[in-house]
Design a protein around this ligand. Structure first.
Ligand code: GLU
Length: 437
């Protein structure tokens, strides 16, 4: 009996990977075109950092004639919330950044490289896991969660590196016969990657944002297929970004330390790895301490906050570009009327330590952005906002002609009025004119 028998026993129905390689061919794009994506989990909260990432991804794809796609990473079904996908899709829509491919509603998608929802790609992951097992590069692991926990505790008390690796990787050395017998006996298992790495060797990686970084090689036999048959993030990342022909992975820098594992997975699967750009989190100055914008403490961490506050999407995007590249501010001064798409955005000039979020600055930018809107647009946008958030303003705006007249005062000039930074401010400008009437 050999690895092939074991692979056939575990995944009897999986297709050969050649089927998928053919189904999702290399993309026919111009030289230098960047294929990139936003790959959030539908956990019910779209963080401003996700929007920041998407803006950069969309900008890079657009600038190079590439593709920006939206993939939903829903393999951790315990964390999933109702409307999670809809929230993500709507956030991109609200900010006028629809993906070229991928999910466009909870259940619809566009593009030829789907499904773009990971829970619908089970067969694909299993085909690639089978391919690894056939070559002895992955194996079934029968350790129970309690056993894995026990290993970790032993490592902790002996003060050694935790994890399932080397001598600790109990199931790595089972023979094919032993593994087959256990499966036939009905023992439960998951599938692990058999890491070819050694902790005492280093790998070098050049990140588009972080520059050159050195890491020890990965030697952990990580789980690739879980007990529910779905993949872990790491394995899904390798399979999906290969098959979706991603050329540049733009993601949060919490994943930087996983690069050695990811490069190893790509190599073991025989895939060409993408480039990586790891974005530092957006930071906040909290009484002199710099810390990450937090989902729990900071309302401005949620993308929905800006809509609720009535800060236009254009202003938020302009502000995000401002913190992404410090040269943006001078560019804007020299080109007050140009579209932000014309700014020569440079990913390698992004902050390595994390851009600082400043609400005062955002509102100032917003004032500028709104000052360039004509009265009609200010009217329509503020009414749209008021309809959901401010009945009083909605009533005030019911006199359309008069409102537009008031909003038109000092607008459309070389130095237009700069008194509105968010739609709630419209109330005070108009109210005051009503009082005078
Ligand atoms: N689902 C992962 C996350 O939300 C995706 C990271 C990636 O872009 O690869 O962190």
């Amino acid at each position: 009996m050999d690895y092939k028998d074991l692979a056939d026993l575990i995944f009897p129905d999986a297709k050969p990977i050649a089927y998928y390689e053919e189904k999702y061919p290399e993309r026919n794009l111009p030289e230098g075109a960047i294929v990139t994506r936003f790959a959030p989990s539908p956990t019910g909260f779209v963080h401003i950092g996700g929007l920041y990432q998407s803006l950069i991804a969309k900008t890079m794809a657009e600038r190079t004639g590439g593709v920006f796609f939206l993939r939903v990473e829903d393999t951790d079904q315990k964390r999933e919330v109702e409307n999670g996908v809809t929230d993500i899709v709507n956030s991109l829509k609200d900010f006028d950044m629809p993906p070229d491919e991928g999910m466009i509603s909870d259940s619809e998608e566009i593009g030829n490289y789907g499904p773009y929802k990971q829970s619908l790609r089970k067969d694909i992951y299993q085909a690639y896991a089978k391919f690894l097992i056939e070559q002895g590069k992955a194996y079934p692991c029968f350790c129970t969660p309690e056993e894995v926990d026990h290993i970790r505790k032993k490592q902790e008390s002996a003060k050694i590196r935790p994890g399932y690796y080397g001598v600790w990787a109990k199931c790595r050395n089972l023979t094919v016969e032993e593994a087959i017998e256990k499966i036939k006996n009905g023992e439960k298992y998951i599938v692990r990657f058999k890491s070819p790495g050694r902790e005492d060797r280093k790998i070098k990686h050049k990140d588009v944002i972080k520059g050159n970084v050195d890491f020890p090689e990965n030697d952990q036999d990580i789980v690739i297929i879980k007990a529910d048959g779905l993949p872990t993030y790491h394995f899904a990342h390798a399979v999906d970004d290969h098959l979706m022909r991603t050329t540049l992975v733009i993601r949060s820098d919490e994943w930087l330390s996983s690069v050695p594992l990811h490069l190893q997975l790509f190599a073991s699967l025989g895939f060409r790895p993408p480039k990586y750009a790891h974005i530092s989190p957006i930071m906040k100055n909290d009484n002199g301490n710099k810390r990450k914008l937090s989902k729990r403490k900071d309302p401005e961490a949620a993308v929905s906050y800006y809509r609720e506050q009535g800060i236009p999407a254009d202003a938020v995007k302009e502000y995000l570009l401002n913190i992404a590249n410090s040269s943006f501010e001078n560019w804007r001064r020299a080109n007050p009327d140009k579209d932000i798409k014309e700014f020569d955005f440079q990913m390698n000039k992004m902050s390595v330590s994390g851009a600082l979020f400043d609400m005062v600055k955002l509102l100032d930018i917003s004032k500028n952005v709104i000052s360039k809107y004509d009265a009609n647009k200010v009217y329509t946008e503020s009414l749209k906002w008021a309809e959901s958030y401010d009945n009083e303003l909605k009533d005030i705006l019911s006199n359309k002609e008069y409102s537009i007249k008031v909003l038109n005062i000092e607008r459309g000039k070389a130095k237009p009025r700069r008194d509105i930074s968010k739609w709630s401010d419209v109330k005070y400008c108009i109210e005051y004119m009503y009082d005078d009437k």
